[in-house]
Design a protein around this ligand. Structure first.
Ligand code: MSP
Length: 532
C-alpha cells in the first residue's frame, strides 16, 4: 500500500502580541491530529506560521517604537519557541514576510488578475481594524452612545473608503454552494456548516476589496506599488506558498489539496467561503476540510482579551509543571471536544493533573513497575494463555482499534481524531486505566506473590498490566507525547510510539518480553495551588 499523505495546517496568528492560551489550544489540537496521523502511517506535513502584515500589525509596532519588520522579527520567534516548548511537532513555519511566501502571493495575484477576477474599483464600507475585516451595514451592532460596533469582537468600526483592487467573490456564489452541497465533510463540525450557509452564503456574497493604499505595510500589488495586498488575501495564501506554490511546483502538487485546515470558529468564514473561491479563481482545488474549533474561555465564560487584562500566559502554565507541557496539553484537550469551547481555570488544570495524570496514569505505572521489579526482578515474558479477567482488559485497551461504525474503513480511533473528539477519546483511555487499577486491586498480585502455586497467574497479571499500559500509552501519545514516551521507556521499550509500526503499537501481545526501567515518579504532586 502506498503511503497516504496528510497535509494539516493551523491558522497563522497575528504577530502583533505574544501567544496566549487560545493559540495554544489550536496548536496542540492540530498537533494531536498530526501525531495521530503519523502513528496511523500517513506521510504528514504539519504547517503553522505567523501573520505579519496589515494595519493591526503596524499599529502594534508603532506603539512599541519599532518598524513593523523589526517588531515581527521580535514576535515570530516567541511563537516558534513556545511551540517547541509545548512539543508541537510542526514541519513548516511560514512567516508572511518570508521571500518565498511573497513570491507565491505575487504569482497567485497575477494568475487571478489575468483570469479577470481582480479588478480596480472603488470600495467603501465599515471596517473593523482588530479583525481586519469589512462589516456589512446590516450586521453592525449599536453601542450605548450610538456608535457602530463590529458584531464579531464588539469594537468600534471605522468608515473606510478608497479606490482599490476588488476580488470577484460574487462570481463564485454558485460554485461554492455546489461545492459545499457535494462535500458534506468540508465544514466541520457539521453544526458550524449551517451558520456559514445561512448567515453568509445564502444572503449573497459581495465582491471584496483586496488591496489598501492607506498603509504601506504589506506585499505590494504587482505593477501597482502604491497598493499593498489586503492582509487576509495575503495570509490565506500561506497554505499554498508554504508547500511550494510559486517556487516548487512538484512539492506543491504532492501536498495540495490540504487535508485539514484547523482554525478558530471566528475565522471560519474566511476559510470556508473566501479561501475556496480564491483557489477556484486560480484554477486550484479547494481544501478537503476546514475544522472550526471552539474557544478557550475563562471560568465564568469571560472572553480573554488584552484590554481586559485577563490573557493567560502559557509560559506561566509551563513553569508550574517545570517545563512539562503535557499537563496543559491534556487539560485543554480533555475539557471539551475540539469543536466546542473549553473552559479554562488554573485550579481546574491542577485538579485534573492530580486526578487523572498523577492518580490514575502515574499511579498505575509506578505500581506496575514496582511489582515487576519486586516479584520478577524487572523482567516479564508474554504468557501462553490468559484468564477471562485478562481478556476484559485486552478488550478495553484495544477497543479504539475496532472499525468505526460509519463503515468508512477507519478505526474508531481515527474517526475520533478526525472529528476532534479528543475529550471522548481521552475519557475512554482513562476508563481503561481505571479498569486496570481496579484489576490490580482485584487480582492482588501481592497475595499471588506469596503463594508459589500462583506463579503462573502472577506472570499473567503482570504481563496484562505492562501490555495494557503499553497500548494505552500509545493511544495517549498524540495528546501527551512526552509522558507517553516516558511510559514506553520505563516499560523497557527502546523506541517511542511514533518510531514503531502501527501493528506493533496497536496489537495486543506484540510485546514478547521486556525488562522494565523505572525512572521515578512520572507526575509528581504539586505542593501549592496556583493563584487563580
Ligand atoms: N491572522 C489571523 C489568521 C489568518 S489564517 C490565514 C488570525 N489571527 S489571530 O491571532 O487572531 O488568531 C489565530 C488563531 O487563534 C485563530 O484560529 C483564532 O480563532 C484562534 N484563537 C484566538 N483566540 C482564541 C481563543 N480564545 N481560544 C481559541 N482559539 C482562539 O485570526
Amino acid at each position: 500500500m502506498s503511503t497516504r499523505k496528510f497535509y494539516i495546517t493551523t491558522a497563522i496568528p497575528y504577530a502583533n502580541a505574544e501567544p496566549h492560551v487560545g493559540h495554544v489550544l489550536e496548536l496542540i489540537g492540530a498537533d494531536a491530529v498530526a501525531r495521530a496521523k503519523r502513528l496511523l502511517g500517513y506521510d504528514v506535513y504539519f504547517q503553522t506560521g505567523t501573520d505579519e502584515h496589515g494595519q493591526k500589525m503596524l499599529e502594534a509596532a508603532t506603539k512599541a517604537g519599532l518598524s513593523a519588520q523589526e517588531y515581527a522579527d521580535k514576535i515570530a520567534p516567541r511563537f516558534r519557541d513556545l511551540w517547541r516548548d509545548l512539543d508541537v511537532s510542526y514541519d513548516g513555519f511560514v512567516r508572511t514576510t518570508d521571500p518565498q511566501h511573497r513570491a507565491g502571493v505575487i504569482q497567485f495575484w497575477k494568475k487571478v488578475r489575468n483570469n479577470g477576477d481582480i479588478y480596480l474599483g472603488k470600495y467603501e464600507g465599515w471596517y473593523c481594524v482588530p479583525d481586519e475585516s469589512f462589516v456589512l451595514e446590516s450586521q453592525l451592532q449599536v453601542g450605548p452612545q450610538g456608535e457602530k460596533l463590529c458584531p464579531q469582537c464588539g469594537r468600534q468600526v471605522i468608515w473606510h473608503s478608497e479606490e482599490n483592487f476588488v476580488f470577484r467573490w460574487s462570481k463564485y456564489q454558485q460554485a461554492l454552494e455546489k461545492w459545499i452541497a457535494e462535500h458534506p465533510d468540508f465544514i466541520a463540525p457539521s453544526f458550524r456548516a449551517n451558520e456559514m450557509i445561512n448567515s453568509f452564503l445564502r444572503p449573497g456574497l459581495q465582491d471584496i476589496s483586496i488591496s489598501r493604499t492607506t498603509i504601506q505595510w504589506g506585499i505590494p500589488v504587482p505593477d501597482e506599488p502604491s497598493h499593498v495586498i489586503y492582509v487576509w488575501f495575503d495570509a490565506l495564501l500561506n497554505y499554498i506558498t508554504g508547500i511550494g506554490y510559486g517556487t516548487d511546483e512538484e512539492r506543491f502538487r504532492y501536498w495540495w489539496p490540504c487535508d485539514l485546515h484547523i482554525v478558530g470558529k471566528d475565522i471560519l468564514k474566511f476559510h470556508t467561503l473566501l479561501w475556496p473561491a480564491m483557489l477556484m479563481a486560480a484554477g486550484l482545488e479547494p481544501p478537503r476540510r476546514v475544522f472550526g474549533h471552539g474557544f478557550v474561555v475563562l471560568r465564568g465564560a469571560e472572553k480573554m482579551s488584552k484590554s481586559k487584562g485577563n490573557v493567560v500566559d502559557p509560559r506561566d502554565l509551563l513553569e508550574l509543571f517545570h517545563g512539562n507541557p503535557d499537563p496543559l496539553r491534556y487539560y485543554l484537550l480533555s475539557e471539551n471536544d475540539f469543536g466546542h469551547d473549553a473552559v479554562f481555570s488554573p485550579d481546574g488544570l491542577v485538579a485534573k493533573y492530580h486526578a487523572d495524570l498523577a492518580d490514575k496514569l502515574g499511579n498505575l505505572l509506578s505500581r506496575t513497575l514496582s511489582m515487576v521489579v519486586k516479584y520478577r526482578e524487572g523482567r516479564i515474558e508474554r504468557p501462553a494463555t490468559f484468564e477471562p479477567a485478562d481478556h476484559g482488559i485486552r478488550e478495553k485497551v484495544t477497543a479504539a482499534w475496532q472499525p468505526a461504525p460509519d463503515q468508512s474503513g477507519r478505526t474508531l480511533y481515527e474517526q475520533f481524531i478526525d472529528d476532534g473528539l479528543f475529550a471522548q477519546l481521552l475519557q475512554r483511555s482513562f476508563a481503561a486505566i481505571s479498569e486496570m487499577n481496579a484489576y490490580v486491586t482485584e487480582q492482588k498480585p501481592w497475595a499471588l506473590a506469596k503463594d508459589p502455586t500462583q506463579a503462573k497467574r502472577l506472570d499473567q497479571v503482570l504481563y496484562v498490566l505492562v501490555e495494557g499500559l503499553r497500548l494505552v500509552a500509545a493511544q495517549l501519545f498524540p495528546i501527551i507525547p512526552r509522558s507517553a514516551s516516558a511510559v514506553w521507556r520505563q516499560l523497557g521499550m527502546d523506541q517511542a510510539p511514533d518510531k514503531v509500526s502501527f501493528a506493533e503499537l496497536s496489537t495486543w501481545g506484540a510485546l514478547t518480553q521486556t525488562a522494565v526501567r523505572p525512572e521515578g515518579i512520572l507526575f509528581p504532586k504539586l505542593e501549592s495551588s496556583p493563584k487563580s
